[in-house]
Design a protein around this ligand. Sequence first.
Ligand code: FE2
Length: 462
Amino acid sequence: MPPHPHCHWRGLQDWKTFGLDFSTSSDEACKMFDACLTQMVNRYDDESVGGTEGCMKNMFQADPNFLIGHALKLGATFQFVHKDYAHAQEVYKLAEMAKQPHVKPWEQKHAQAVVYLSEGKLDKASDVWEDILVENPMDMMSLKFLHDIYVVNGGSQGLRDSCARVLPYWKPDTPFYGDLLGMYAFGLEESNMYAKAEKTAKQALDINRYDAWAAHCVAHCKEMTGEYGEGIKFMEETEKNWNDNGLLCHNYWHWALYHFENGDFETCMSILDNHVLPFMKSKKTMFSVTDVASLCFRLEAEGFDMQSRWSECFDVAKDHIEDNIWSYYDLNTMMVCLGSKHKDEADRLVASIKATIKEGKGDNAQVYSEVTLPLMEALNAYDDGEYDTAVEILKPLKYHIWKNGGSHAQRDVFNIFAIHAAMKSKLPENQRYANHLLMERKSQKESTPLADRLLQKLVISH
Ligand SMILES: [Fe+2]
């Protein structure tokens, strides 16, 4: 991947001109901070600066007490202090560093936000980062962390508005301007403003055609509007621009979704096996597990044997059963445990969710109680062939599923789950419910071959 358009790293004075006044005296630390942030925002490694890892090492070599550098590192490490002792020690050390008199107020706020985030208090963390932006609208680090939080907690308006509020302060030659447009575009898409989202994403791509997040946003727009043919064409035309970026697995996942919806299961499976699965096996991240698992769930619902793929997912997910970081991850892990026939591990996951609810720490306790646990019970019932029970649990959850976070496209797996549970139920009222859900899908998209073929199936079976 070629270097990002912004690769003239900013020193202390350069940052000051953007209103960001660091308490360090090290020019080099500031430059390495810029390089780290650029790579994180763009999900790639710039080998000319040693990649994100090498860059971070150089940043702390230049100034071991560089507060904003520590805030960047810890804010990007999405871990909770009550789950990870080593992380807790680093987070509270940062909080102590922030008390030193030379530390600037905006830096102190970053430290506070990282403490909240690490304690699982995502709402409080986002309040602080939003607050920093009121005084420092050019602060991409706040924007990036807010973007991450709003993806995790389903805050679609926050995704959109955190970018919209600061955009007028930015100029086209401001470093990260294209990235900000890409992030704004995703917020617009998640707020169902598809035309404006696609236009904004394409503006970002005009600035940097290698912007994988902006390309990803176009992919979302095509998914949500039901322009699957257009989506496939876009992915074919842009593949070489994002297929060595950290987002490649997820972008291939989007591509596979178009074929799944079209009923071209062979191509869907081929993308899964040639791109999505190999990435998961190599990187072993939970994000990549969710891409594989949610495709496996969709394909299994259509009658395909996904056993070997489920087992490969389990090999990665088994180390994250008690992480309890993010509801969307946990629910995908539940699918993996059930799909790979590890019922005991599914029970261990449910037990850890219950323990988190009981402990009451962080925002997850409420989400787990309201949505995650019942959804897991519904998945369990579905796996046991108790489709009526699954539908009964799913119905009242319908307008609360956004609380799991993730995007519309990611959460669509729960719509598909509800449709198949209702279709498999023998109760006539559940069959009618399936029909209603499919009609709802048809009303939302220009075309939905998935709804058409499942409606056809419903008619044939009755
Ligand atoms: Fe996506």
